[in-house]
Design a protein around this ligand. Structure first.
Ligand code: HEM
Length: 494
């Protein structure tokens, strides 16, 4: 009998040691970190977090632990910043220190650290600087970005006209337009909404967003080894990234053959010029790998975000006909019925500008932002945050601040207007985040939202299919993004 007790006792002993060891590792690292709920070994605070609504769980924890606290997603400590003051102090005042990207094992495996969204250090700096400059240059060119978005707005409206004022779910059409704007910027040309290549690109990105956005991914991301036991979705992501990679490589070859360095047409042309300039630099970042993943990042970051915001805007406009009427009055007065809306109009249209901001504030698309990381050991409010620690900024706590935006749960463009009806800027508007990692496509996104929405409202009146009292406009949490509930509407030509 004693012969069988031996191994069992040994096992129990080993497990207890392991447990103690992990507790000791956790508590020794915790001494100088911000306070937080006591983590269990291995699973950390996962039991205290609702994976379907992380932002809400974090807000609840901040009521106990204050604006700066630590939670353990598994073994890994994550510092959470809650409220405008803490978020601003980190992302803006200590911008450099907080400009790292937090780990995202699934994306890291697919992107291998290339590109812009998930890269870090020198690579991130160079690719980001180049991307921003290229967007700016393309914005000023002969066929500038505004022309491209206006062209897409016309096509979008024509597509909506084909619905013949009958009830439709706008998801597909509103998904095409932002995707095509990215195509136009990257590849110089837009596609027909029925083009097979275009539909293929869209589908693959939508699939990736869906997988990356499933609640399970939060678990995967914190226990990367689990990934290897569930290869299904992971392989799909790789396949989709490979598809876009080979498409970009094919297009890049075509571009190389027709490149005129004095007349860059699009993002790929600018990248090729930069590659040529840097070809003798052995540590250069302007490589085919960085080109393909950066392009893939632009699609990933620039399509679903903008189309979801457009879809939510139309839902809110349906729910609030008094807001739609005011926007349409402003369109009539400033633009009229004949010419296409342009960006110059925006400064004369404070109500419409406020409406767009309010849609984004209310949607709160990325409630917990993308994760950041500190790039060195940082002293923050007398805590010591070690280099590499993941930082979560709870943007909900900023966008729903009840002093800055009284009645924060209410959709009210007045949140961005002063008493005279002028547009009122707010530092609390962090839908695009803030600081050095802030959305690289902010200008483009705001241009699309303004031009698409004004063009739609210039040509159509929106009609609900159900009694608007029964329209539910509460965003649904879907992994780390919030999205509008599904709905239908009619586009009635004016
Ligand atoms: C309504 C539309 C959009 C919203 C709400 C949005 C929001 C965001 C947010 C919250 C981040 C994370 C910032 C951070 O880490 O602190 C981000 C990053 C990014 N966005 Fe956007 N975005 C939108 C549209 C676009 C578009 C159209 C593009 C196209 C170029 C784009 C490109 C990027 C890129 C490249 C990053 C990564 C920046 C980096 O890591 O340095 N976004 N966006």
């Amino acid at each position: 009998e004693s012969a069988t007790m031996g191994p069992v006792a040994l096992l129990v002993l080993c497990l207890s040691c392991l447990l103690l060891l992990s507790l000791w590792i956790q508590s020794s690292g915790r001494r100088k970190l911000p306070p937080g709920p006591t983590p269990l070994p291995i699973i950390g605070n996962l039991l205290q977090l609702d994976v379907k609504n992380i932002s809400k769980s974090l807000s609840n924890l901040s009521k106990v632990y204050g604006p700066v606290f630590t939670v353990y997603f598994g073994m890994k400590p994550t510092v959470v910043l809650h409220g405008y003051e803490a978020v601003k102090e980190a992302l803006i005042d200590k911008g450099e220190e907080f400009s790292g990207r937090g780990s995202f094992p699934v994306a890291e495996k697919a992107n291998q650290g290339f590109g812009i969204i998930f890269s870090n250090g020198k690579r991130w700096k160079e690719i980001r600087r180049f991307s921003l400059m290229t967007l700016r240059n393309l914005g000023m060119g002969k066929r500038n970005i505004e022309d491209r978005v206006q062209e897409e707005a016309c096509c979008l409206v024509e597509e909506l006209r084909k619905t013949n004022a009958s009830p439709c779910d706008p998801t597909f059409i509103l998904g095409c337009a932002p995707c095509n704007v990215i195509c136009s910027i990257i590849f110089q040309k837009r596609f027909d909404y029925k083009d097979k290549v275009f539909l293929n690109i869209m589908e693959r990105f939508n699939e990736n967003v869906k997988i990356l956005n499933s609640p399970w991914i939060q678990i995967y991301n914190n226990c990367p080894t689990l990934l290897d036991y569930f290869p299904g979705s992971q392989n799909k992501i790789f396949k989709n990234v490979d598809f876009i990679k080979s498409y970009v490589i094919e297009k890049t070859k075509e571009h190389q053959a027709s490149l005129d360095i004095h007349n860059p047409r699009d993002f790929i042309d600018y990248f090729l010029i930069k590659m040529e300039q840097e070809k003798h630099n052995p540590h250069g970042e302007f490589t085919i790998d960085n080109l393909t993943i950066t392009v893939s990042d632009f699609f990933g970051a620039g399509t679903e975000t903008t189309s979801t915001t457009l879809r939510y805007a139309l839902l809110l406009l349906l729910k609030h006909p008094e807001v739609s009427a005011k926007v349409q009055e402003e369109i009539d007065r400033v633009i009229g019925r004949e010419r296409s809306p342009c960006m110059q109009d925006r400064s004369h249209m404070p109500y419409t500008d406020a409406m767009v901001h309010e849609v984004q504030r209310h949607l709160n698309f990325l409630p917990t932002n993308l994760p950041h990381a500190v790039t060195c050991d940082v002293n923050f409010r007398n805590y010591l945050i070690p280099k590499g620690t993941t930082i979560i900024t709870n943007l909900t706590s900023v966008l729903r601040d009840d002093k800055e935006f009284p009645n924060p749960e209410k959709f009210d463009p007045g949140h961005f207007l002063d008493e005279e009806g002028n547009f009122k800027k707010s530092d609390y508007f962090m839908a695009f985040s803030a600081g050095k990692r802030m959305c690289a496509g902010e200008g483009l996104a705001r241009m699309e939202l303004f031009l698409f929405l004004t063009t739609i409202l210039q040509k159509f009146t929106l009609k609900a299919v159900v009694d608007i009292k029964d329209l539910d406009v509460t965003p649904v949490m879907n992994g780390f993004a919030s999205v509008p509930p599904p709905y239908q509407l009619c586009f009635i030509p004016v």
